[in-house]
Design a protein around this ligand. Structure first.
Ligand code: AMP
Ligand code: MG
Length: 500
């Protein structure tokens, strides 16, 4: 066989996953994306597979870890029926208009039907696109494992999120602060449309495309917006309200579990209110309301306690982008108002559940504020506190809770008030609710870091173990209690910044 035939055969080789691909986003047209092929990586190998998600997608997990599967999900082997593309968007980064951005290292393959509706599959780290700007189109193993575990940890907690199917690696060097190796994470989401997609077409005054994008999102994900009598039947105002409410509910869950996103730029805000783009994210260790998890966020714009306001600021940008469609500033402002009622209501409900209160009342706010103040004063570990409190309510002595505090008298006074509020009748039910609400396990930075260190030595067992634990964070995992303990001293020195 001569060289030409060999090349032609290789080019014709495709992997058939047996999936009935569809291409709703691609069908929007060339103003929205560029069709292109992923750039291959040399000698890829499997790193980890999310078997539960593979099953949901109707994919054979063993196939994903097979040689062909690894080639396909690295972007080396075309997938039969996929239609790879990179989408264009813009956005505000750190409060400043950044102009055009886009999928600089992510490539959408298309969507597949599942019992939970169509899901898009996207390769992240699969090479340069027209939107790569100064970047190299790559992701490193470390950040890909963080995204894989981070999104599945959020899913396990019941928090709206994009998901992760698998990670593949290659020894190809990638230059960051030091030289690391390349990886590709396959992400899964009903859509990867961001606030920034709307900002893009609005800023360019491409109102036809703006309307087309809004129609696409409304038809697929928010069909109720067309039927509502609210906002004088203005479907785009209704969309803004719906997105505001979903975003409010998501951020309330972040706050309750102690999740810091780290880069809440408008291009990292999902139009479905899903947690998206796991970069320098962190689950709190010690409770510090002003905690900044992103090492490059010098001003603390995205500190833990700023997240609720930043989300509103971002929604305001979305509102501005939708204004040409809504056509009435008063309506747009009215649609945004919902955030201000839904966020506190959702947060109250979440914090009430953490306290085991099935019927949170306005006066409970004081109980919540008082304990958060104490937690902050003594820098108490956030996850451990709530879990120990749950166990106490479920019947264990108070010692393990008291041990966490220096201000024991203040704590005792709070505990007395709290237990009185719980009453004796409801204590069993409260304990049960708390153990279902306050996770035993969260993906702390140092847990990810330990698994990553092993993965760099090509032992991926710790990643797979951690996946199983964080996907079921309310359950006991015999043999894994070390993952529910206090972080080691070195955990506070882990530095995580944007885009790695
Ligand atoms: P992020 O803050 O990680 O969400 O990224 C912001 C923008 O930079 C997005 O448009 C990304 O696609 C792009 N980007 C980040 N890292 C890279 C990279 N290594 N190569 C190309 N584009 C990148
Ligand atoms: Mg991003």
């Amino acid at each position: 066989m001569d060289r030409m035939t060999e090349t032609a055969e290789a080019a014709a080789a495709q992997m058939d996953l047996g999936l009935p691909w569809q291409h709703g986003f691609a069908a929007l047209g060339s103003a929205f994306h560029t069709e292109l092929r992923p750039t291959p990586l040399p000698a890829p190998y499997p790193v980890c597979v999310n078997r539960a998600l593979a099953a949901e997608l109707g994919l054979d997990a063993d196939l994903l870890a097979s040689r062909e599967g690894v080639e396909a999900f690295t972007g080396n082997l075309p997938i039969d029926g996929a239609r790879p593309l990179a989408s264009v968007y813009s956005g505000h980064q750190f409060g400043v208009w950044a102009g055009q951005l886009g999928d600089g290292r992510a490539i959408l393959l298309g969507e597949v039907p599942t019992p939970a509706g169509p899901q898009e599959l996207q390769l992240k780290g699969s090479g340069l696109t027209p939107y790569s700007r100064m970047g190299d189109g790559r992701a490193v193993l470390r950040s890909s494992i963080r995204e894989f575990l981070g999104s599945e940890a959020m899913w396990g907690l019941g928090i709206p999120t994009t998901r992760a199917l698998c990670v593949t690696g290659s020894d190809a060097p990638v230059r960051r602060e030091e030289v690391e190796t390349a990886a590709v994470v396959t992400r899964v989401s009903p859509t990867f449309v961001r606030f920034g997609h709307f900002e893009h077409f609005s800023a360019r005054e491409q109102y036809g495309e703006l309307a087309k994008l809004a129609d696409y999102v409304i038809d697929r994900f928010y069909p109720g917006c067309r039927a509502t009598a609210k906002f004088a039947g203005n479907a785009h105002a209704a969309l803004l309200e719906q997105v505001s409410e979903r975003t409010a509910a998501m951020v309330a869950q972040w706050q309750a579990v102690g999740f810091c996103h780290g880069v809440m730029n408008t291009d990292n805000m999902s139009i479905l209110g899903l947690t998206i783009d796991y970069g320098p994210f962190q689950f709190l260790d010690a409770f510090d309301p002003g905690h900044i998890c992103n090492h490059s966020d010098e001003q603390g714009r995205y500190a833990y306690n700023k997240q609720p306001n930043v989300a509103y600021w971002n929604l305001f940008c979305l509102g501005q982008a939708l204004l040409p469609l809504i056509g009435d500033q008063e309506l747009a402002l009215a649609a945004l108002e919902s955030y201000k009622t839904v966020f506190p209501r959702e947060l109250e409900a979440r914090m009430g559940a953490k306290l085991g209160l099935a019927d949170a009342r306005p006066e409970d706010r004081e109980l919540v504020e008082a304990i958060l103040k104490l937690l902050a004063k003594d820098r108490v570990d956030y996850t451990i506190f709530w879990r120990r409190l749950s166990r106490h309510v479920a019947g264990e002595p108070a010692d393990t809770v008291r041990d966490l505090f220096l201000q024991r008298e203040e704590l005792d006074a709070w505990l007395a008030r709290y237990l009185q509020r719980l009453g004796t009748n409801g204590r069993d039910a409260a304990g049960e609710l708390m153990l279902r609400t306050n996770p035993k396990y969260v993906l702390r930075n140092h847990l990810g870091e330990l698994a990553i260190r092993q993965a760099k030595l090509k032992d991926y067992s710790a990643v797979q173990d951690l996946l199983a634990v964080v996907q079921a964070p309310f359950e006991e995992h015999p043999g894994h209690d070390d993952k529910a303990g206090f972080p080691p001293d070195w955990a506070s020195h882990i530095e995580i910044s944007c885009s790695s």
